[in-house]
Each structure stands twice: as structure tokens, then as C-alpha cells.
Design a protein around this ligand. Structure first.
Ligand code: HEM
Length: 268
């Protein structure tokens, strides 16, 4: 065993994000925009954004950084964990993906752009199934209509009432996704129409006007990361079971049960 990768998110504590944001802010205050050669990290750029003054306070900047971490990183990382775990748990699926990637990417050092990768049917099915299993957000996402009552079947929901539902109830609904706790990429490959139909019920990014604003970045990250790691590396799971990937705890983003060290893989 040369080295062990852990996909378990380490950077999500309030303390860590607060410290990094303060450091980035100090670096930013110590320089001016014109001093910079090359790229700044987002939090160094923050004070130069066209924002109202009250939104430039340290407290708002830390909240923004936390939103980035929880909304942008943990969701994507947990989706990648689903793919990595389930493909190793069912090696025939991994072989199928590998075959597709070897043909599409003859030189493993030249990973094609996302626009090419998204044409790969098996990789796409794996990404959809990993998103379904990962849930996106585990919490009930509250919505309210401030203008009108809502009508649903025989119920009237008065305006200003908060209504929310966890993605579990649709993503793991056996009437829509048979055998919902099993990782089955093939369910997304039956036909274009069926895949579109299932997509209507896969709510990992939520739906409607407040759905994930980072959806395209998330897909780009998923395609490029999964194509790259599965084309370039061979892994095997190290002391990892379903308890390390099944959503159990609702920290807004889902987490596996307490004590889990996440998905661990020695790199060969
Ligand atoms: C697999 C990856 C991702 C999943 C499953 C996911 C899921 C979600 C969900 C379910 C929501 C709706 C939350 C709500 O209704 O309150 C949301 C919102 C949001 N997401 Fe993502 N997300 C992902 C990646 C990203 C990325 C990469 C970014 C950007 C860096 C991002 C930024 C945001 C933001 C800013 C919102 C709030 C949008 C608003 O309130 O209008 N997300 N995401």
C-alpha cells in the first residue's frame, strides 16, 4: 500500500473555514487589486466585488465561504464517493466503465473536455446514479408562497406556510426507481425517453427557481474527475463498507453514520 486517499471532507468545520477566510481577507487587504500577478483565490477577490458595503463585512464573507464549502464541495465530494464505492462494490460495473474510458481516452494524459465526456453513455449513467444515491441535500428544503394559497389534491396550503420535503422521498421511491437502495446505472440507459422521465424525479439539485445554481459546474467536476481517476488509477476499497456511503445524518448535506472514516482507497 503506497498511500491512502480519503474522500471524507476534512475542510468543513466552521473553525477551518473561518480561519482560511480571515487569512484570505488579510492578504487581500494587504495588497491592492493591481498588485496581483496571476490568480487570486475567490475569497481574496471578495472585497473587490461590486457588493453593497454591508455585504463586505467579515461575518458576511465567512457566511459566503461556508456556503461555498457546504453547497459546492461536500455535495460534489459525496457524489464522487458514491461512484467510487459502488463501482468497487460491483466490479463488473467498474470493468464496463473502464472499457468505455479506454476507448474514449486512448492516452490517459489527455483527458477530453467535459463537452466530449458527457457524450459517454456509461459514464453519464454512473453520474446520474451517483447523484441519485447521494441525495444532494438531505434536509427538507423549505419553500413558501407569499402571494397565494397552494392547492394540492384535496388540500389547501395557506399562503406563507412553509412546505418542505427531503430528496429521499423521491430519489429512493421504489415506484419510480425500483430497488432504490441498489446502485443500478442501467436504469438510466433504457431509452432516452425513460432517462428523461427518471430525470424529472431525480431531485438531487432540487427543481424550480431555487434549484442549484452550480449545477453545470457540478456536472463538469463530476465528469472530469471521474473520467480522470478511473482512466488513470486502479484502486481497491480499504475497510470501507456501505455504512461509509449511505446517507444517515442530516447536516443539510448528507453524511454517513457517526464514526465513519469515509471511503478509503489505497492507490496501486
Ligand atoms: C453534486 C453537486 C451538487 C449538488 C447535488 C447540489 C445540490 C443543491 C441543492 C439541492 C440546492 C437547493 C438548496 C435549497 O433549495 O435550499 C443547491 C443550491 C445551491 N447550490 Fe448546489 N449542488 C451541487 C454543487 C454545487 C456547486 C459546485 C456550487 C457552486 C460552487 C453550488 C452552489 C449552490 C448555490 C449557491 C445554491 C443556492 C442557490 C439559491 O438559493 O438560489 N452547488 N445545490
Amino acid at each position: 500500500m503506497a498511500m491512502t486517499f480519503s474522500f471524507y471532507p476534512q475542510a468543513n468545520t466552521l473553525q477551518n473555514v473561518t480561519a482560511r477566510t480571515k487569512a484570505a481577507r488579510e492578504r487581500s487587504l494587504a495588497s491592492s487589486k493591481s498588485d496581483v500577478v496571476g490568480n487570486r483565490v475567490v475569497m481574496e477577490e471578495y472585497l473587490y466585488l461590486n457588493l453593497p458595503e454591508q455585504d463586505k463585512s467579515l461575518a458576511v464573507q465567512i457566511d459566503t465561504a461556508l456556503l461555498f464549502v457546504t453547497a459546492g464541495f461536500e455535495t460534489t465530494a459525496f457524489t464522487i464517493e458514491q461512484a467510487v464505492f459502488h463501482l468497487h462494490d460491483q466490479p463488473t460495473l467498474l470493468s464496463k466503465l473502464h472499457e468505455e474510458l479506454v476507448i474514449a481516452i486512448p492516452d490517459s494524459h489527455l483527458i477530453p473536455p467535459w463537452s466530449e465526456l458527457e457524450k459517454l453513455p456509461y459514464l453519464s449513467a454512473i453520474i446520474q446514479e451517483s447523484l441519485r444515491m447521494s441525495l444532494g441535500a438531505m434536509s427538507r428544503l423549505p419553500r413558501t408562497n407569499t402571494k397565494h394559497d397552494l392547492h394540492y389534491k384535496s388540500w389547501t396550503i395557506p399562503k406563507n406556510t412553509y412546505v418542505g420535503m427531503s430528496a429521499q422521498f423521491t430519489n429512493y421511491n421504489a415506484d419510480i426507481f425500483p430497488d432504490p437502495y441498489t446502485f443500478v446505472p442501467e436504469r438510466w440507459l433504457q431509452s432516452v425517453d425513460e432517462s428523461k422521465r427518471l430525470g424529472r424525479y431525480m431531485v438531487s439539485f432540487s427543481k424550480g427557481s431555487r434549484k442549484c445554481i452550480g449545477i453545470h459546474l457540478a456536472y463538469a467536476e463530476l465528469y472530469i474527475t471521474l473520467a480522470t481517476i478511473f482512466r488513470r488509477f486502479r484502486f481497491e476499497l480499504y475497510e470501507t463498507t456501505r455504512r461509509d456511503v449511505d446517507p444517515k445524518i442530516d447536516y443539510f448535506a448528507p453524511k454517513p453514520e457517526h464514526g465513519s472514516l469515509g471511503v478509503r482507497l489505497p492507490v496501486r
